[in-house]
Design a protein around this ligand. Structure first.
Ligand SMILES: C[S@@+](CC[C@H](N)C(=O)[O-])C[C@H]1O[C@@H](n2cnc3c(N)ncnc32)[C@H](O)[C@@H]1O
Length: 284
């Protein structure tokens, strides 16, 4: 059966709506662009073009996966973050638009003399690469304990031609020498409680729990990084971490208990608490 681009999109959007996708138009267009290896504008310019049998077969196979709820980013293998195309894999989290807020907060707190940034739980390398791409004179280190994530992040640095970043494997501060001190430590660690019902909904179902779930109601990794971050920050350096929208108040309290000053929480683009930060001043 021969189908035009327009007819194929229409048919697949209907199937996606029936399966409850909340972004059927985008899903169908992204998958078809991926199969045709063309930009979105091609679909609008050539709606009457006939899709070949081979392309149709490939498209239907991808659509089937999306209809079972698999995230689009895993199906096409990449996601854009901070305008950088990043490869993704089921080894780690798909970078979220809200995490760009953490990048903005980090860039806002860089002093002109800043030299080094550490990104803990780097995953695809999203945060480290975004910061490194904006500030080519900085040295950025990203750490993840998943070997595959570290390889993914290294590949993403290569694809994007970003050279001022290094990725290391290990648990949190383990691969960092105590003599290395940082102007800013950023992290988007696992922060979801294991009993949170959102873990069985949407894209999150397909992402690894190792990237999402933390003990102590989701706070254990946040607190670990806060405790040990003090040893790795330069005097006046900042620790800033992404967290759940209901964790801000508690986290500010923990930061202050650990001796950080100028503690504050920044909101994401929807106005929810998303990033809490504090400054480490020696002799405070
Ligand atoms: C929420 S994901 C964030 C990924 C990426 N930074 C982002 O924002 O898209 C958390 C990451 O922390 C990593 N992680 C979990 N426990 C870790 C540990 N003990 N040491 C280092 N990384 C860890 C996971 O493998 C995962 O890549």
């Amino acid at each position: 059966m021969s189908l035009s681009i327009e007819a194929l999109l229409k048919r697949s959007i209907q199937s996606l709506i029936l399966e409850g996708s909340d972004s059927p138009q985008v899903d169908a267009a992204v998958l078809l662009c991926h199969v045709l290896d063309k930009p979105r504008s091609y679909l609008l310019t050539w709606p009457e073009k006939i899709v070949s049998d081979e392309e149709l077969g490939n498209f239907n196979a991808l659509l089937e996966r999306r209809l079972t709820g698999e995230p689009i980013a895993y199906i096409v293998g990449y996601r854009e973050f901070w305008s950088l195309p990043l490869k993704v894999s089921p080894t780690t989290l798909i970078p979220r638009p809200d995490t760009e807020r953490l990048v903005e907060v980090a860039l806002d707190h860089l002093t002109p003399n800043a030299q080094s940034i550490l990104d803990l739980g780097t995953g695809t390398g999203a945060i480290a690469l975004a910061i490194a791409s904006e500030m080519p004179t900085l040295n950025v280190i990203g750490v993840d304990y998943q070997d595959d994530a570290v390889e993914l992040a290294k590949g993403n640095a290569k694809i994007n031609h970003i050279n001022n970043v290094e990725f290391r494997q290990g648990s949190w501060f383990e691969p960092i020498s105590l003599s290395d001190k940082f102007d800013i430590i950023v992290s988007n660690p696992p922060y979801i409680d294991g009993n949170d019902p959102h873990l069985s909904e949407g894209d999150v179902r397909f992402e690894p729990q190792t990237a999402l779930v933390a003990e102590q109601n989701g706070f254990s990794d946040l607190i670990h990084i806060m405790q040990h971050g003090r040893e790795y920050l330069l005097n006046g350096g900042w620790l800033m971490m992404e967290h759940g929208f209901e964790q801000g108040e508690q986290l500010r309290h923990f930061f202050e208990e650990h001796g950080y000053i100028n503690v504050k929480t920044e909101q994401d683009y929807a106005g929810n608490d998303r990033v809490t930060l504090g400054q480490w001043v020696v002799d405070n």
